[in-house]
Write a protein that binds this ligand. Sequence first.
Ligand code: G
Ligand code: G
Ligand code: NA
Ligand code: MN
Length: 250
Amino acid sequence: RILELDLRKALANEEFELFYQPLINLKSGKVSTCEALLRWNHPARGTVSPVDIIPVAEDMGLIVDLGRWILRKACMECMKWPEAVSVAVNFSPQQFHQRDVLSEVRYALEVSGLPAHRLEIEITESSLLHNTELTHDVLSQLRSLGVRISLDDFGTGYSSLSYLHNFPLQKVKIDRSFLEGIDSDRPLTLLRGVARLSADLGMSVVVEGIETNEQLELISADGAVTEAQGYLFSRPVPAVRIRQLLNASH
Ligand code: G
Ligand code: G
Ligand code: NA
Ligand code: MN
């Protein structure tokens, strides 16, 4: 595949870039975290989406190198932000299940100087499907380092509610599909239920994909949701732009 050949060169040629999208703490109204989102500035194709990059990188065995680059870059970028702001980094299942995942995280923190409590790792339910005992150990060890684990896209996979109490997770991100139609006809029952359950289990709760003020009001009403993310606040933006945004708001 052409894409594979290009992908091998892309790391060396510095064609990758991280964009950042803020998560807003609903109590303070301030940015709590910024999520790093991968972009590839392909010399001929223009911007390539992570949806097209990550699976190919996993097939090629390039995910470890690429993941290492992403993690370090994100940690170094976070060092330029106000201290109250954390960075969230997405881990693909292969990246999460690599043997050296702990050393990778420890090393990224070390070389960047970022305190562990300012790093959040986003995994999806698919990372929790297999090797549950080993998975549990890795999560606990990451927790001992002081990083937070966030369960991304909750509600799109098998959505076993048991994940929420069986694994040591600190945050749950409710997928934006839960918002569909809530400002018109669909009852909020499901979203509120998941949010309340997660909050009662001691987790921070994020709702993703907030695009309107109506949606923001609806999810804020009962206090279970702690953070919101979506185009209403900001699209994913380049590093320079997020720095300006954070300096203006903190
Ligand atoms: O930013 P965008 O909407 O294009 O992201 C599309 C998908 O790609 C999302 O599911 C997001 O979690 C995933 N993604 C974005 N950046 C990364 C990354 O650095 N690593 C991994 N594993 N997934 C990413
Ligand atoms: O899987 P993950 O949650 O990491 O995916 C993040 C993706 O969602 C990014 O590609 C980002 O561009 C996209 N996104 C972020 N906020 C919104 C939003 O408010 N509406 C829509 N439609 N997509 C969003
Ligand atoms: Na994510
Ligand atoms: Mn998500």
